[in-house]
Design a protein around this ligand. Sequence first.
Ligand SMILES: C[S@@+](CC[C@H](N)C(=O)[O-])C[C@H]1O[C@@H](n2cnc3c(N)ncnc32)[C@H](O)[C@@H]1O
Length: 231
Amino acid sequence: MTALPAPEEKAAAVRHMFDRIAPGYDRMNRLMTGRMDQRWRRQLVERLAITDDDRVLDLAAGTGDFSELARQYTGHVVALDFSRQMLLGGVRRRLAPVQFVQADALRLPLADASQTVAVSGFALRNFVALPPVFAELARVLAPGGRIGLLEVDRPRNPLVRMGHGVYFNRVVPFMGRLLSDAQAYRYLPQSAVYLPGQDELVRMLRDAGFRKIQKKRHMMGAAQAITAVRE
Ligand SMILES: C[S@@+](CC[C@H](N)C(=O)[O-])C[C@H]1O[C@@H](n2cnc3c(N)ncnc32)[C@H](O)[C@@H]1O
C-alpha cells in the first residue's frame, strides 16, 4: 500500500508529517543508521572545507544537525526549513549563533549570491521537484560557492540491494510503528522513488549551473554524498 501523497498534496503532507515526528526525529535517525548519519554529515562538512569567511545555508535543516557541525567553522549559519516543529527542535538545542528561518526551499528569503556554502541532508526526496530547488540554490550562492547534498541511495550490488531493501522497507517501518509514527516511517523509505538516478541528478545540477560534481557512496551504496561548485 502506498504511503506517498498525491503530487498536489506533497508539500503540505511532508510539512505536516515532519511537524508530527519532530520530537523523536533525531533519536530515530541515530537508531536507523546506527549513528552513521552523523559520521556522514561530518565527512561531508569536512569535504566542503568551511572557513570562518563562509556563509552557510543549511537547506531543509530539520533540527539542525548540519548547522551544528558548520557552526564549528563559521559564525554565519542559516538553518532553513518549512516545518516549524523541526526548527523548534533545533532551537532547543541552543546552537547559537545559528539563525533558524522558517521558509520554503522553493522561495528562499535570501539575497542573490549571499551565501558561499549550502548543505542539505536527507531532503532531496522530500521536495516537490528538484530543478526549482537547485535553481534557488544557484541563485543564492556566490560564484565558486560549494554545495553538499546527503541522501539515501540504492546499493548497486544485487545482494546488498536485497538486504538493504528488507531493512529499508520492512525493518524501518516496523521501528517507526513501534517508536514514532507508522505512516511517516512507511513514507520515508517509499519516498526514495522520488530520487532521480545518478545521471539525471548530475544533469539537473549542471542545468542549474553547478560544476565539479562528485559523488561519494557510504555504507555500500545505502547513502550518497554529492558535492558541486557553483560556476
Ligand atoms: C528527512 S528531514 C532532514 C532534516 C535534516 N536536514 C537532517 O539532515 O536530518 C527533511 C526535512 O526537509 C524539510 N523540507 C521538505 N521540503 C521542504 C521545503 N520545500 N522547504 C523547506 N523545508 C523542506 C522537512 O520539513 C524536513 O525537516
